[in-house]
Each structure stands twice: as C-alpha cells, then as structure tokens.
Ligand binder design. Structure first.
Ligand SMILES: C[S@@+](CC[C@H](N)C(=O)[O-])C[C@H]1O[C@@H](n2cnc3c(N)ncnc32)[C@H](O)[C@@H]1O
Length: 427
C-alpha cells in the first residue's frame, strides 16, 4: 500500500521542523510512496527546505493567527504547496487542490478552507507578500546564519544565499586509473548525457541521471563526488603506497579517491552504519580499504603513534557550505550547535596529530563556511602545538584565508569546503 506523495512530503517536512535530521527519516518515507512518485517527493522535500525561511516568512503573513503547535504540519503543507506553485511543473490548480486534499489525508479535514484561502491569497498577492519579507527571509537563510555571513562575507552574501537555494550540481569523479576524463566524457555523450568539465578529474552533468544509467558505474569507472570534495585527494596527492588515515571517512568519497591515487587507506568513522558505505564504495571501485569503527578522539589509543604518512581530518561540522545538499540544516541547525562542533573539531585535531609521522602532512577539511570551524580551529591548534606548522596549499582552489583556502559555493560551482594543510616537521 502506497501513501499519497504530498501528504508524505508534508509530514516529513513537519518532522524536520520538529528537529529530525532528513538523512535519518527520508529513506523510510520514500519507500512509502509509489516508485514513480519518488522523484517528485524528493523535489518537494528538498526544494521546500532550500526555500523554507522564505516561505515561512510568507506563511507568517498569510495566517491571521499562528497555528496551534499540534497543527504545525499545516505550516509545512503551506510551505510545500507554495514551493510547488512556484518551482514545479504542476499546473497551479492541481498544486492547490493537491494541498487541499492533503488536509483530509493528514487528519485535519477542517483545514481545507484555510489552506485553500491562504494559497489563493498567495497567488493573488505574491509580490506584496514577498516585498514584506525581512532580509534573511528573502535570502532564504536562517536569521542567525544570515547575520554571521553578512559579517564574514559582506560582498559574497548574495552569491552564498543564491547557491543555497539551488539544486546542487551532479558531479562525477573519473577514476583516471581506469579511464581518461576525455574518454569517459565520450562514453557519456554516446549515452546521450551532456556534461561539462569540473576540475582536473571531474565532469558535471547538465541534467542529473540515476547512477545506474552512468556508463561503467558498476565497474568502478566513476564516483559521484562534488568538485570541491575532489580537491582533498589532489591536495594530499599521496605517493604510491603511502599510508593515509582518514579519520571521519564515511561514506568514503575522499577515502576511495585517496586509494585510487595509490595510498594505503585506513578509514575510521564513529558510525558503524556509515562505515558499511565505505566498504560498498571501495568494493565497487575494486579498492582495498581497511575500516576501523572508532571515535576519532580515541584513535591514538588504538593505533601506534606517528604511524601515518598523511592524515585526512574531514571534520564533522555545521554543513553550512553544503546547504543545497543538506537543506534541513536551514531548519534544524541552531547557532549554539556551532560551539559543540568546534569543541569536537579541536579535540579531533589534537588527538589525531599524535598519529602523524614527522615530515607527514595533515589535511584539515570541513564543509563549513564559518570562520569558527575553519581558520579559528587551525589557528588555535597552531598556537598550542609547537610541532605543527601550516603550509601554503599547492593549488589555488578558493579564496586564501590566514591558514588555508575556502571555496565559496556558487550556483554552478563546487560546494563550500575549507582546506588547511598542516605539516609535522622532522626533528
Ligand atoms: C563530513 S562527513 C565525512 C565525509 C567523508 N570524508 C567523505 O568524503 O565521504 C563526517 C563524518 O564524521 C563522522 N564523525 C562524526 N563524529 C565523529 C567522531 N567523533 N569520530 C569519528 N568520526 C566522526 C560522521 O559519522 C560522518 O561520517
């Protein structure tokens, strides 16, 4: 028995608004709708979340009285319906009647006039309603983040906000050990899939396709990986046989890249479930990667000191550089979460540094655009750790910061990743 797609989407959005992480609840919801409806579910859910702060600002104006907490799903329904009206190919009358029908499906038949009235008013008065939004609402960013970004990136604020509202690019990393970028591009063209170059070994598809349609995917010719994430392997550029520890490795995008480049990779992660993905990805790519289920903060108790030629610390972070891929962050993240991330980032860095050989390099990476999680972490570490110094990154990949480089996300470009390379000098 399948469930109606719009009602499933509204319930899912309501769960996110109540604090659930989309990753944890999405797959189950997806299985409850018909296969043919799954792309539409994704569009409704991800799209609504990318624009959530904007439509929430409109909803505030549309509702004469705030909804009761127990009826918050109706706010999610309104946001989703406005997204569908504005961004989907559905005829307007079908979007409105689809949302009205949801009231019954969501156990609130009494709300159908309210939803109908609000959506009709949105269609009529859209320009005025949008004009009355505050700056952060118009940018579709949560207020706290808009404030932080206005200070750190006054000139790039519009670009950052715009990137966060877009569907993310679908980029492939070509396994150049197996096939050249040009030859793979020719295979794509033959399969009717248009692409453009992205970095040294990447191709971005003009239109995303299911991975099963990608030539040679099961044979390990390519992996799906954003252009900015592909830089980790290139920045560490391991020599053949070098031992590299990837501290927060799952699902293994960067770990597999390092192994493709010839490194012997040990992949650690705190999540056993997510480590399974590392094994699956490595096996598809015919790579051998050893995985360790461990909190990165305890790895120095499990592994011999100074035993790795290089370390990748792709630290857990606010994900503010990848909002378009993780749009629930716009809804569930709070400013106070940042302090918890920075405490963890500090501890991880202190702890895994002990595992690096003298002369070795550690690449610190985040998918954050917040200074607190990036240069501030590296700066504090360099002050406290006499055996570390920061290196100039060998390639220009983004904007230079005090210790590293920051990719500023843009609509067509890569995600907002930060990288800093630290070296442990030989005594
Ligand atoms: C940004 S993701 C890593 C992405 C991965 N490097 C890739 O390229 O596919 C962060 C990872 O850190 C893991 N993690 C979070 N806290 C951790 C900890 N204390 N120790 C080890 N791993 C942790 C999460 O389970 C998650 O898989």
């Amino acid at each position: 028995m399948t469930e109606p797609v719009r009602a499933v989407a509204a319930s899912l959005l309501d769960d996110v608004a109540k604090g659930s992480s989309l990753n944890k609840i999405y797959d189950r919801a997806e299985r409850s709708v018909a296969d043919s409806e799954q792309p539409f579910l994704r569009e409704l859910v991800y799209g609504s979340l990318r624009l959530w702060p904007l439509y929430k600002g409109v909803t505030r104006q549309l509702l004469e009285r705030p909804l009761k907490t127990k009826d918050a799903v109706l706010e999610a329904l309104l946001i989703m319906a406005m997204y569908e009206l504005d961004e989907c190919a559905t005829p307007d009358y079908a979007s409105v009647s689809g949302a009205v029908d949801c009231c019954e499906q969501l156990g609130r038949p009494w709300a159908n006039r309210l939803i109908n009235g609000c959506l009709r008013r949105y269609q009529r008065d859209k320009a005025t309603l949008l004009k009355s939004l505050g700056d952060s609402e118009r940018a579709a960013l949560p207020g706290w983040l808009h404030k932080l970004l206005s200070k750190s990136y006054p000139e790039q604020l519009d670009q950052l906000a715009d990137a966060s509202r877009q569907r993310p690019p679908f980029t492939l990393r070509i396994n150049t050990e197996r096939i050249s970028v040009n030859d793979y591009r020719a295979l794509l063209t033959k399969a009717g899939i248009d692409s453009r170059a992205a970095g040294t070994s990447g191709l971005t598809l003009v239109q995303p396709v299911p991975v099963a349609q990608l030539p040679g995917f099961q044979d390990g010719f390519v992996s799906v990986q954003d252009a900015s994430a592909q830089l980790a392997g290139l920045l560490l550029s391991p020599e053949q046989g070098m031992t590299v520890l990837d501290v927060c490795a799952a699902p293994g995008g960067k770990a597999c890249h390092l192994a493709e480049l010839g490194a012997t990779v040990i992949a650690a992660d705190i999540s056993e479930d997510r480590l399974v993905k590392v094994t699956e990805n490595a096996s598809r790519l015919n790579l051998s990667i050893t995985s360790i289920h461990s909190d990165g903060r305890s790895l120095h108790e499990l592994l011999a000191p100074a035993s790795f030629d290089a370390i990748l610390l792709d630290a857990p972070c606010s994900a503010t550089g990848v909002l378009r891929r993780n749009p629930d962050v716009k809804v569930i993240r709070r400013k106070s979460d940042i302090d918890q991330f920075t405490a963890l980032q500090n501890e991880l860095l202190q702890s895994v540094w002990k595992l690096l050989k003298p002369g070795g390099q550690l690449l610190y990476a985040t998918c954050s655009i917040l200074l607190q999680e990036n240069d501030a972490i590296v700066g504090r570490f360099l002050e406290s750790e006499e055996t570390a110094h920061s290196m100039i990154l060998p390639k220009t990949i983004g904007e230079a910061t005090t210790y590293g480089q920051q990719v500023i996300p843009s609509a067509l470009g890569g995600d907002g990743l930060y990288y800093a390379l630290l070296e442990k000098p030989t005594p």
